[in-house]
Design a protein around this ligand. Structure first.
Ligand SMILES: Cc1ncc(COP(=O)(O)O)c(C=O)c1O
Length: 420
């Protein structure tokens, strides 16, 4: 999208705003459909990555199912049109009335903590369940995102699974699915190795689960944030999935469905956060450290928290500016009353200036590949309203699928109610 069009959209809806690309979303969905086409493979969308109804409806139309992590995500998926039977509820803790919601809508729970069994039983649940296993290994793009291994809070430790399954049967619940998500790391070969290892462990477990109908190997297909043109081919993953499914069917001596649940892969490149450059200022080198050029923009970690939270890298461009305009090493910072409200930083909380065409006040700065865990993780800190989400449709028109939040939205939950 060129600078003129972006400036026009900015005039219409203000800045910052999100702009999506419907054609790209459909390409990503098509790639996952191709990966899972044929009998016995099913993809779910890990909707935590970007739960907007606009996105969910595209998944629904493509026949992709849902992985939800809260009762409210289940309700969002329901409202987008998903039947309860196509939603899996994966979490380690029930809250916000999740059990009642699961029961009402016929959604299967995927338990990530043994004590959840008792909670389900107390609430009168007696249907099928899935168990989320911590297989003792995994990887993340940073340690905080490791989803398997001794330091991970996720899942039921693999050697406890047998006991949990016996207790489940006693409570009238049958384990019909085994699940693990072993992380969202940046290296594809590592994911493939871990999936092969996981498949081997699951194949050994399977004979102990006579009612098992499905196994999920989770999400975690990586996205190359540094070079959008260098994305791994999914072909080797297809082989891993086919081999895994064959080993599960043979271990179970019947048909077993194999599932994956990508989030990031489906939506990461689809959304871009567009912010206005409001100032360019500098600090000088002194005994405390090096001076920097700060490009101030009106988006902050309330819009896109990944850089501040994990030191994640997002490509940055300035609309309409090119190398020939002159380059500068700059730190890009936002409007929040937090020194860490900086988009150009690393995992050690250090500033990492980015070489960019020298921006000017009024320019639009684009934070790319922010569709996964972008808007979804945004907040109202400093009473910032969430920015509107727009979509460039395939016919060239632009639609808005969520509006800018106002102070009325922020105050809508305030109450003055006597509780006891
Ligand atoms: C259980 C589960 N499934 C799927 C995903 C999606 O991972 P990704 O977006 O890296 O594909 C996550 C992410 O944290 C997860 O915890």
């Amino acid at each position: 999208m060129n600078a003129e069009v972006l400036q026009h959209l900015a005039e219409k809806v203000g800045t910052p705003f999100w702009i999506g690309d419907a054609a790209l979303l459909r390409q990503r969905i098509a790639a996952i459909k191709l990966l899972t086409e044929g009998v016995g493979l099913q993809a779910r969308y890990a909707m935590k990555a970007c739960p907007a109804t606009r996105i969910l409806k595209e998944m629904l139309e493509a026949g992709i199912w849902i992985d939800a992590v809260s009762g409210n995500e289940v309700l969002r998926a329901k409202r987008a049109g998903f039947p309860g039977s196509s939603i899996l509820y994966t979490s380690d803790v029930f809250r916000d009335g999740a059990i009642a919601i699961l029961r009402e809508h016929g959604v299967m729970p995927n338990l990530g903590s043994p004590g959840m069994l008792r909670e389900l039983q107390t609430a009168g649940y007696a249907g099928p369940i899935s168990l989320r296993v911590n297989p003792g290994f995994g990887h993340g793009h940073v340690n905080a995102c490791d989803t398997g291994g001794p330091s991970s809070k996720h899942g039921i430790w693999f050697s406890d699974i047998g006991d949990v399954a016996i207790r489940a049967e006693r409570f009238g619940m049958s384990v019909t699915m085994l699940h693990a998500h072993i992380g969202s790391g940046p290296k594809f070969p590592e994911l493939l190795d871990n999936m092969r290892r996981l498949a081997k462990e699951f194949a050994e477990f399977i004979p102990r689960f006579p009612k098992l109908t499905a196994v999920s190997l989770g999400g975690g297909i990586p996205y190359n944030y540094r070079n959008a043109n260098d994305q791994p081919s999914l072909e080797p993953l297809r082989t891993v999935l086919e081999d895994a499914r064959a080993s599960f069917c043979s271990a179970a001596e019947r048909d077993v469905r194999l599932e994956i649940e990508p989030g990031r892969y489906l939506v990461a490149p689809v959304m871009t956060l567009v912010a206005r450059v409001t100032d360019v200022k500098r600090t000088e080198t002194n005994e405390r450290g090096k001076g920097e050029t700060f490009v101030m923009v009106d988006a902050g970690f309330t819009d896109l928290v990944r850089p501040a939270m994990y030191g994640s890298f997002h490509r940055i461009t300035i609309a309409g500016r090119h190398e020939r305009d002159g380059m500068a090493d700059v730190v890009v910072a936002g409007p929040l009353c937090e020194t860490g409200d900086v988009f150009t930083r690393d995992g050690q909380e250090l500033l990492v200036p980015r070489r960019l065409p020298t921006p000017r006040v009024g320019d639009l700065l684009l934070l790319h590949d922010a569709g996964a865990y972008g808007y979804a993780m945004s907040s109202n800190y400093n009473s910032m309203g969430r920015a509107p989400q727009l979509m460039l449709e395939e016919d060239g028109s632009v639609t808005m699928f969520s509006r800018r939040e106002t102070v009325d939205d922020l105050l809508a939950t305030e109450a003055d109610e006597k509780i006891s």
